[in-house]
Design a protein around this ligand. Structure first.
Ligand SMILES: Cc1cc2nc3c(=O)[nH]c(=O)nc-3n(C[C@H](O)[C@H](O)[C@H](O)COP(=O)(O)OP(=O)(O)OC[C@H]3O[C@@H](n4cnc5c(N)ncnc54)[C@H](O)[C@@H]3O)c2cc1C
Length: 299
């Protein structure tokens, strides 16, 4: 459903779908996201901002997205917010021109350096993994102010982690949000969870820390979050080398519990008009969310 244009056209105009999506997004405008980031900051939670959209078809759109994020970095600095940005390579033009995409990413990383900030690169579906790693390596060779998401559901990720550890890379570990075939991704959830745990431990190992790495533990899985917290405590790993990361509106009780326990936490706030594919992936992750949509039909 996330890739169905017919459904997107209709669903995004439907009131009950718009009401349901508000659970995961404070609003479509950047101002809404910045206000929510300020509120999070008052609760001791950092923010990652992302403007929804993917797979652009025109170079001008990639330019528009890049300019938008440059402005976000300026506004975040002006408002003194603890908010980073996270970008999808296809939003910066990866499908159109790889070099243009790299140049756009570089503009963001340079601006982040001027504004004491940081740029995360999202990982999209499997055909994009190699080009995205390539973009990251090139950007990381010029600046440490850039990090990349890696997906624990892919078999290849263990090797990718090994190759990135010596770079002292900032890595956001996620389970993975796309539908991938069993030839390349663990079909069983238990295997994905175990791989997430093992890869995260690997990224918290002494050599990774010495190299200057940073780990974002990006999951709402309370069991996994607690297992990793136990590993962190057992190995006396300082809070400067890891952060938990979650999505706005998901697992608030776990978010509060982590903050109260003194764990560093960032919550990703998405905004923008192009929320349909992103929202469909959030529904697919948890069938209970579909009931939430159904309730809103009558709400
Ligand atoms: C900060 C951040 C950045 C991300 N970036 C990327 C990326 O770049 N590329 C990518 O492929 N994926 C990304 N993801 C998504 C990720 O891959 C998973 O699809 C998503 O986080 C769900 O998996 P989980 O780890 O929370 O665990 P799950 O095992 O799916 O869920 C554990 C528990 O969390 C709760 N939960 C999880 N999802 C939902 C939901 N949608 N609604 C309500 N409750 C829920 C439920 O209680 C569930 O039982 C990101 C996730 C986060 C938090």
């Amino acid at each position: 459903m996330s890739t169905n244009a017919w459904l997107r056209e209709r669903a995004t105009r439907t009131a009950f779908v718009r009401r349901s999506v508000s659970k995961f997004m404070p609003g479509e405008r950047l101002e809404d996201a910045l206000a929510a980031a300020a509120a999070q900051q008052r609760q001791g939670i950092g923010t990652i901002l992302t403007k929804l959209g993917e797979n652009l078809t025109r170079v001008e759109e990639a330019e528009e997205v890049t300019r938008h994020y440059l402005e976000v970095l300026d506004e975040v600095k002006a408002a003194n917010l603890r908010a980073q940005i996270s970008v999808k390579p296809t939003q910066l033009g990866l499908d159109l021109d790889k070099e243009l995409c790299f140049a756009n990413l570089q503009r963001l990383v340079d601006r982040a350096a001027q504004r004491d900030n940081f740029v995360w690169i999202d990982m999209e579906s499997s055909p994009y993994v190699d080009p995205t790693l390539d973009l990251f390596r090139r950007a990381r060779a010029r600046s440490p102010l850039v990090g990349i998401a890696l997906q624990a559901y892919l078999y290849r990720t263990a090797q990718d982690v090994e190759s990135l550890v010596p770079l002292g890379a900032a890595i956001r570990m996620v389970k993975g949000a796309y539908l991938e075939p069993p030839a390349i991704a663990y079909p069983k959830k238990a295997d994905v969870d175990e791989n997430f745990y093992n890869l995260s431990c690997r990224l918290l190992a002494e050599d990774a820390r010495r190299a200057g790495g940073l780990l974002h533990i990006a999951t709402h899985d309370a069991h996994l979050a607690d297992r990793l917290a136990a590993f962190i405590d057992e190995h006396e790993i300082p809070p400067s080398v890891y952060e938990y990361a979650m999505l706005y509106g998901i697992q608030r009780p776990l978010q509060q519990r982590l903050v109260q326990a003194g764990r560093p936490l960032r919550v990703l706030i998405a905004y923008g008009e192009y929320w349909f594919p992103w929202y469909m992936r959030r529904l697919a992750e948890r069938p209970a969310n579909v009931w939430f949509v159904v309730k809103n039909i009558f709400g």
